[in-house]
Design a protein around this ligand. Sequence first.
Ligand SMILES: [Zn+2]
Length: 282
Amino acid sequence: MLSNKFTINDFNKKYPDDDACIAEIFNKKFGSLKECPECKKPFKYYKVNNRKCYACQFCANQIYPLANTIFHKSDTPIRLWFYAIFLFSASKNGVSAKELERQLGVTYKTAWRIAKQIRMLFEENGKQLDNTAEADETYIGGKKRGGKRGRGAENKTPVIGIVERQGSVIAQVTQHTKSSVIKPFIKNHLKIGANLMTDEYKSYGTMTEYNHQKVNHGARQWVNGLAYTNTIEGFWSQLKRSIDGTYHAVSPKYLQQYVNEFAWRYNNRFYKSVFHFLVANI
Ligand SMILES: [Zn+2]
């Protein structure tokens, strides 16, 4: 599980005000520059008072470090944004907009927007797996009771996923779970020739690009040699518990964002300072 060594005391010490937060972003984005991009003299920029910008000591060229960040054009104090990121980093299951509204003292609308922007930090693009991987699908949302469960359940949103044993997960919200979606998803994310484990669901067919082994859940078979899908099933149940516990319900439109957040938490579960990892992505 996530172990966040960065405490609220550390946070308050390191980020006492907006300027400290802006300086953090400025240093992350421009700290390694050796010379002013405008006048080419040594890089000596100072913070302009009461403005979210820095200026060159020689030519007065201005740099706005918050441009192209998740804070761009926000009226909310940057320190509150940082605090919101801290809350996300300190939480195991995510933070609802309602919770942010309460903790930050902002309107629900603002809290919702902040949460949505922060979730963008959890996107992981272009990930590829190359070890033994398990692929599976699940269904999220819809009616809690009654109706069909599992594949084909009504009002539920399908999510397909692939996880490397002892490694990373990639999960994607989809329209359906036919092989026209599932097979390209697997090929995009798992190196050809790797070991692929699935159950007997027909959409997987037999993928000859892989060492594809199956477990027959229909026949109440859960492990067949190396073939089992317990890792991805564990991820699904964690994801569902988190959505039930923290968000209660997630509309299909935003489900991908939540899925990204949980996948990110899973993939960075051994990382020591989640907060700084997130800030580095701003
Ligand atoms: Zn300059």
